[in-house]
Design a protein around this ligand. Structure first.
Ligand code: PGA
Length: 256
């Protein structure tokens, strides 16, 4: 398989800048100089500058942001632009996370604007999709994921699509300790890849990394990462502890 595993830490609204820099130091020690797996950490906006400094001489760990506003600059009080992120060498941007969809009422159209802006600036979107428990129980999982994917990727060209990372995160598994079984996750991941194939052709679909997210931790990562269409993880809780995060990188390395 040609896809390189990606393990991304979503720190959410945790850690002051100095705490983030300390965690990065611990992660650097724990992960070592490996290059088999792409590793990304996504601090809060105010933590990006300290994280950028902490990663200055660490080529194998990249910086990600948790959001952006899809304009270069201007009168958008409280927002952060792609230019500001580029200035801090941000390479990835998490977009459409279910917490933003739920608490900040982000629509697929708005997420799509952000995806296209992120690509325009040469950064990689990590586009999150996933169903709620009610939707799963109503048999709507694939319909929901398909709508989010088609909406999020609207007007994204095939060339650009190969730079996009998808994260399948069943909402009921996020921060709950409940994980999708490897088989449940693989079923959706395979369907996502099939949909990418119908949108962009098989070659592009084979290149796009589809991460799993939702209570992934050292104890359950091996089974998930062994699935043919699971190319890594978007990690919340377990990304805040260097040893756990490094164990997930190790788990992906074993599958590489
Ligand atoms: P979790 O979060 O690993 O704490 O479930 C994952 C995410 O929200 O990206």
């Amino acid at each position: 398989m040609s896809r390189k595993y990606l393990i991304a830490g979503n720190w959410k609204m945790n850690l002051a800048p100095s705490e983030g820099a300390t965690l990065i130091g611990e992660i650097v020690d724990a992960v070592g100089a490996q290059t088999e797996v792409d590793v990304v950490v996504c601090p809060s906006f105010v933590g990006l500058d300290a994280a950028c400094r902490a990663l200055a001489s660490v080529p194998n760990i990249k910086l990600g942001a948790q959001n952006l506003y899809p304009k270069a600059s201007g009168a958008f009080t409280g927002e952060v632009s792609p230019e500001m992120l580029k200035a801090l060498f941000v390479g990835y941007v998490i977009l459409g996370h279910s917490e933003r969809r739920e608490y900040f009422v982000e629509t697929d159209a708005f997420v799509n604007e952000k995806v296209r802006t992120t690509l325009e600036y040469g950064m990689r979107p990590i586009l999150c999709v996933g169903e709620t428990l009610e939707q799963r129980e109503a048999g709507e999982t694939m319909a929901v994921v398909e709508t989010q994917l088609r909406g999020g990727l609207a007007d994204v060209s095939a060339d650009e699509a190969s730079e996009v990372v998808i994260a399948y995160e069943p909402v009921w598994a996020i921060g709950t300790g409940k994980t999708a079984t490897p088989e449940m996750a693989e079923e959706v991941h395979a369907a996502i890849r099939e949909l990418l194939g119908s949108l962009y052709g098989a070659d592009i679909a084979a290149k796009v990394r589809v991460l799993y997210g939702g209570s992934m931790k050292p104890g359950n990562a091996d089974g998930l990462l062994a699935q043919p269409n699971i190319d890594g993880g978007l990690i919340g809780g377990a990304s805040l502890k260097a040893t756990d995060f490094a164990a997930l990188v190790e788990s992906a390395k074993k599958q590489s």
